[in-house]
Design a protein around this ligand. Structure first.
Ligand SMILES: Cc1cc2nc3c(=O)[nH]c(=O)nc-3n(C[C@H](O)[C@H](O)[C@H](O)COP(=O)(O)OP(=O)(O)OC[C@H]3O[C@@H](n4cnc5c(N)ncnc54)[C@H](O)[C@@H]3O)c2cc1C
Length: 416
């Protein structure tokens, strides 16, 4: 069903009884040309672009729970392309361009809100680093603006400018950055993929990957064996476990990341703002809750919940930046399992097993990458070689030394 204003009016007059299901609930077929493991944003986007761009429609997306139940439905929805390094910036800028046309492409409201992403700086050295990053963004066709204190004060008056422990000197802003509704992105890609013939199979956990003579032949699942010409893994925080089913050991660790939402408020922050003297960021949802996030919990885990020390740390950073937050109540907090790579950058590549492909290492920045990741992974699977935009996201870069260390943290996944 194509969604439109005319359709909405007609359905309203008809008591909303004529809406059809947004995607089917098919039984798995015995064999597919391509099986994608993982029904998060990346897996569904990959299936969509396989069908839409490459004409590969005999595709199944296998999800162990419900689609969007992983990190896709747990993130803080920030979309941006403010990267420095050569391997990263063109990829994320391409992703942002896809975001800008996504609602038209999917015929679905993903609530894309380009409200601007603001990174505060607190010292001359930090300003210089941001100027360098802003220039790299401009040279790649992205947008970047340096704000002084007074410009920033006019935009985000709630920041403590006068008595702060870490005085705010200014900010780097990407006006085209912002937020999108995470669930809607998952549903939009699912609906678009399904309409092109892709089978989305929920409650179907992959428990084994079969390999014969060095090539993948299919997957064992809770619903039986499913044969496949090619298999793509897009399971985010579960990458190490799923890749181990094919005998692969990945340069990825699983870590916890939490997010928080306060009670609803009248409009207070109409941008996304990141603190520069600690790991903290804030935006306001359409319902009025402030959405807050911070650092990893700092230990390996597959539990989708966090612990109190990080709750305290995030709130401390928040109050150092906007003391008024101390008056608010936190309504909810939750955690997700992050696929942290050794250099903080993703991997979209073939694997040593023939016809088995890998998409992982998104750390806590994979939501914004969803469209480009799907686009590039679909290309890599369909053509058997990387797209120019993911050519640097190779699995063997940790052997060759061509790492993409945006944060400069070295080979320690927990600091990226
Ligand atoms: C608290 C938090 C805040 C974040 N904030 C941001 C942000 O503001 N901006 C940003 O860009 N990124 C952010 N991220 C990161 C982003 O959410 C992830 O990088 C991205 O969602 C990962 O890709 P995905 O959507 O495909 O993952 P997921 O949604 O996790 O999809 C993977 C799927 O694989 C399934 N799966 C796992 N094992 C199996 C199996 N054996 N068989 C079948 N299915 C399986 C899982 O159930 C899951 O649904 C955040 C993450 C968290 C947790």
């Amino acid at each position: 069903m194509k969604y439109s204003l005319a359709k909405l009016v007609a359905q309203t007059l008809g008591g909303h009884r004529g809406w059809t299901r947004a995607w089917r609930d098919p039984e798995p077929k015995p064999h597919y040309d391509v099986v994608i493991i993982g029904g998060g944003g990346h897996g569904l986007a990959t299936a969509f672009y396989l069908a839409r761009v490459h004409g590969v429609r005999n595709v199944a997306v296998l999800e162990k729970g419900y689609i969007g139940g992983g990190n896709a439905g747990r993130n803080t929805t920030i979309v941006r392309s403010n990267y420095l390094l050569e391997g990263n910036e063109p990829f994320y800028e391409f992703s942002l361009k896809l975001w800008e046309g996504l609602e038209r492409e999917l015929n679905f409201n993903v609530m894309m809100s380009q409200r601007g992403v603001i990174n505060l700086f607190h010292s001359d050295a930090q300003r210089d680093a941001f100027v360098r990053r802003g220039n790299a963004m401009l040279m790649h066709g992205a947008d970047a603006v340096l704000l002084d204190r007074e410009q920033l004060r006019a935009m985000v008056p709630g920041i403590d400018f006068d008595n702060a422990r870490f005085p705010v000197r200014g900010a780097l802003m990407q006006p085209r950055g912002g937020t999108a509704r995470h669930d809607a992105v998952v549903w939009g890609y699912a609906r678009g993929a399904d309409a092109r013939g892709v089978d989305i199979i929920q409650n179907c956990e992959v428990t084994g990957i079969r390999v014969e003579d060095g090539a993948v032949t299919g997957v064992d699942t809770g619903r039986g064996f499913i044969g496949a010409g090619k298999v793509g893994m897009a399971v985010a925080g579960h990458s190490s476990r799923v890749a181990a089913m094919a005998g692969l050991r990945l340069p990825v660790e699983s870590h916890l990341l939490q997010a928080f939402v306060t009670e609803g408020l009248k409009p207070l922050v109409d941008r996304v703002v990141t603190f520069g003297a600690g790991h903290f960021y804030i935006s306001q949802s359409d319902k009025g809750g402030l959405v807050l996030g911070g650092d990893l919990d700092g230990y390996n885990s597959y539990a989708q919940r966090g612990n109190l020390p990080m709750v305290e740390h995030v709130m401390e950073c928040g109050m150092a930046m906007m003391p008024m937050l101390g008056r608010l109540r936190i309504l909810r907090h939750w955690g997700g399992v992050m696929d942290m790579s050794m250099d903080g950058s993703p991997i979209i590549d073939k694997t040593p097993v023939r016809n088995l492909f890998l998409n992982t290492g998104w750390c806590y920045g994979g939501f914004k990458a969803t469209p480009a990741s799907g686009w590039c992974f679909a290309h890599t699977i369909a053509r058997g070689e990387p797209h120019a935009l993911n050519a640097a996201y190779r699995l063997d870069r940790f052997l060759s030394g061509r790492v993409i260390d945006e944060r400069g943290g070295g080979p320690r996944p927990n600091v990226h």
